[in-house]
Every structure is written in C-alpha cells, then in structure tokens.
Design a protein around this ligand. Structure first.
Ligand SMILES: Nc1nc2c(ncn2[C@@H]2O[C@H](COP(=O)(O)OP(=O)(O)OP(=O)(O)O)[C@@H](O)[C@H]2O)c(=O)[nH]1
Ligand SMILES: [Mg+2]
Length: 193
C-alpha cells in the first residue's frame, strides 16, 4: 500500500468519544517520547499530521487518522510518563483498556521501542497485555539514525531474543532518514484487507 490520502479525523479522551466506524484500525503504542506521532508523520509524509514534541507526554488523547479511506492509524497516549500523577495513570489505564478490549476493528498494534534502550518492564507488560487479548503485535524500532548499522543489528538480535519476536516482525525506522516506510506499508497490507 501507499499512504496517499491521510486525514486527521478526531481526538477522543474517553470511550464515549471513540470513533465508531467499520474500517480496520492499526494502533500505535509505546513509551512517552519514543516517536509515535513522528512515525505517523513519516508514514503520511506530512510533518504536521500528528503533533510531536520533545516534551514527553504530549499526546494524551486517542487520535484517529484516516488513511486512503482504507483504514485508521490510531495514535495512543504514551506510557511511562514520569510526571503523570497517580490519577492520570489510572485514567490512562482506563482509556487504553477501553480501547483494546472488545475492539474487533483493531487488526494490529505497532509497539514502538527506542532502538537504543532495552525494552522496559512497561514495554513487556504492554506486549503481554496485547498477547493476552490476542491482538497481533509488530515491534517498530525508532530513532535508528542515532546508532550505527552494527549497533542496530545487535539491538535487533537482543530485542528479538528478549521478547521472543521473529526478526521479520521487528522493523527499524528513522524519521530523520525517512527509513522503514516501505516495510511498514508491506506489513499493513497483510493486516488491512
Ligand atoms: N533523531 C530522531 N528523532 C526522532 C525520531 N522519531 C522521533 N524523534 C524525536 O523524538 C521526540 C519525541 O517524538 P514524538 O513523535 O513526539 O514522540 P511520542 O511517542 O508521540 O511522544 P508522546 O506523544 O509524548 O507520547 C521528538 O523530539 C522527535 O523529533 C527519529 O527517528 N530520529
Ligand atoms: Mg505523541
């Protein structure tokens, strides 16, 4: 597929505001600041599509982007935002749980990991949680422009081992070098039908 026609549709802060639509959804999760919104901008080739920020915790809402009238990319709030209070953490839990449980439109979740940082316990919890709900997961490594080729290969081997993910379910991306778009497009072709 190609990301020809991308359009921001809406933001939701709670279940009552979630988008109700027949089209399939592909969601994007990961630690705060890992590069979720940047990935949407890379895929849609539009730096203004999703709001990015060097301040962690920028995206607090569920954001829906319509792609080619074919499916939705869904940018979810980041986890592990240190400054979030206990209250906002449980609000986050609720919104995420509401999003993931009983969502037949959701076909695949992209779990983003910073290629320089070993998966944290929160990442592992997230992946286990999705596995428990039988939601297909692919691992997307972000910010690969910050390390060398050999460091990247090392990182992929380690993550593949730790998470027991086949290497072909781990995709390396860089927004700076505009890398990973084709691999992700090919992957989405498998899940959006
Ligand atoms: N060098 C480099 N920087 C990146 C890359 N992807 C994202 N960044 C930077 O990382 C920071 C965070 O990116 P965002 O896309 O806002 O991260 P996010 O995961 O949406 O963050 P929250 O919305 O806070 O959860 C920004 O300063 C981006 O410019 C990348 O591939 N390479
Ligand atoms: Mg964001």
């Amino acid at each position: 597929m190609r990301f020809i026609n991308a359009k921001f549709i809406k933001s939701a802060s709670k279940k009552a505001e979630f988008l109700v639509d027949e089209l399939p959804q592909i969601s994007i999760v990961g630690r705060s600041n890992v590069g979720k919104s940047s990935l949407i901008n890379l895929l849609t080739n539009n730096s203004k599509m999703a709001k990015t920020s060097s301040t962690p915790g920028r995206t607090r809402l569920v954001n829906y982007f319509n792609i080619n009238n074919q499916f939705y990319l869904v940018d979810l709030p980041g986890y592990g935002f240190a400054k979030a209070s206990k209250n906002t953490t449980s609000a986050w839990d609720k919104v995420m749980n509401d999003y993931f449980v009983d969502n037949p439109q959701l076909k695949l979740t992209l779990v983003l990991l910073d290629c320089r940082i070993a998966p944290t316990s929160l990442d592992v919890q997230m992946i286990d949680y999705l596995a428990g709900l039988e939601i297909p997961v692919a691992i997307i490594l972000t910010k690969t422009d910050k390390i060398s080729r050999s460091e990247l290969n090392n990182s992929i081997a380690k993550i593949s081992n730790q998470l027991r993910f086949a290497k072909n379910r781990i995709i390396a991306t860089s927004t700076l070098k505009k890398q990973g778009v084709e691999q992700i497009a090919d992957l989405l072709d498998e899940f959006v039908k």
